[in-house]
Design a protein around this ligand. Structure first.
Ligand SMILES: Nc1ncnc2c1ncn2[C@@H]1O[C@H](COP(=O)(O)OP(=O)(O)OP(=O)(O)O)[C@@H](O)[C@H]1O
Length: 226
């Protein structure tokens, strides 16, 4: 499909020698919002890791942002990562650098060079996540919800085609979790960025239903629109 950001066909997902998910088939279109659910150990993180090439696709075929996973070589991985944004439960900010330095460091690694463009883009993404005034703050001076907003801002810097979020609200209280979920909805609508979000928050899904992929018994079922 021409407008798919992700496709997996007959994909087997392994952790070392262990087959975690077999015969996975789904696609995610440009600008789609999709939840990924399943019990602990059902394979959500393994699936996401395969999509950002932290795990190799050993069997089956897959594309992410135009990159073919089954043919991927190590040196191509950074180029794939430039097209996707990855967000983790534990934020993974550099704790010894302020917000500005965190974002600047990341952009340097992504190949941005022009100083004015870098500053403009940093201002844009901080505005988008609702934290325009925290440039000089260190991560420990921010709340968990704010740190996650910065991690989301970082994931957005390179105009990704899709955000892959692994339990992004897992460390947050229910109120902050809803705020972060609404931020993902906003980004999805404003930037037309597709989102695949793994979550245990079934209450969130009930409140804000979207297409849902369900990992269970070594398979991924597409529950479609809830
Ligand atoms: N690094 C690893 N090495 C070997 N096995 C692993 C590794 N990481 C995960 N596994 C195994 O792979 C299976 C799927 O784990 P995975 O982390 O993908 O599940 P999950 O659905 O994301 O769980 P959670 O909701 O707890 O994050 C589990 O049986 C787990 O023990």
């Amino acid at each position: 499909m021409a407008n798919s950001v992700i496709t997996l066909q007959n994909a087997d997902i392994y952790q070392k020698d262990k087959l975690v998910l077999s015969d996975v088939n789904f696609s995610i279109e440009e600008g789609e919002f999709v939840y990924l659910i399943g019990k602990t150990g059902s394979g959500k993180s393994s699936l996401l890791k395969t999509l950002y090439a932290d795990l190799w696709l050993e069997k089956g075929t897959g594309t992410v942002a135009g990159f073919q996973l089954e043919k991927m070589r190590h040196k191509e991985v950074p180029y794939l990562r430039r097209k996707i944004g990855i967000i983790f439960q534990d934020f993974q900010l550099l704790t010894d650098r302020n917000v500005h330095q965190n974002l600047q460091f990341f952009m340097g690694a992504m190949g941005w060079k022009d100083k004015a463009e870098i500053e403009d883009r940093i201002a844009e993404v901080l505005e988008l996540v609702g934290l325009p005034d925290v440039l000089q703050k260190m991560p420990h001076q921010l709340s968990g919800g704010e740190q996650q907003r910065i991690a989301i801002a970082r994931a957005l810097l390179n105009h990704p085609e899709i955000l892959l979020a692994d339990e992004p609200t897992g460390n947050l209280d229910p109120e902050k979790s809803i705020e972060i979920l609404k931020l993902f909805f906003k980004i999805n609508q404003v930037s037309k960025t597709a989102v695949l979000m793994a979550t245990h928050g079934l209450d969130l899904i009930e409140r804000y239903p979207k297409r849902t992929l369900y990992c269970e018994g070594g398979k991924v079922r597409d529950l479609h629109q809830a």
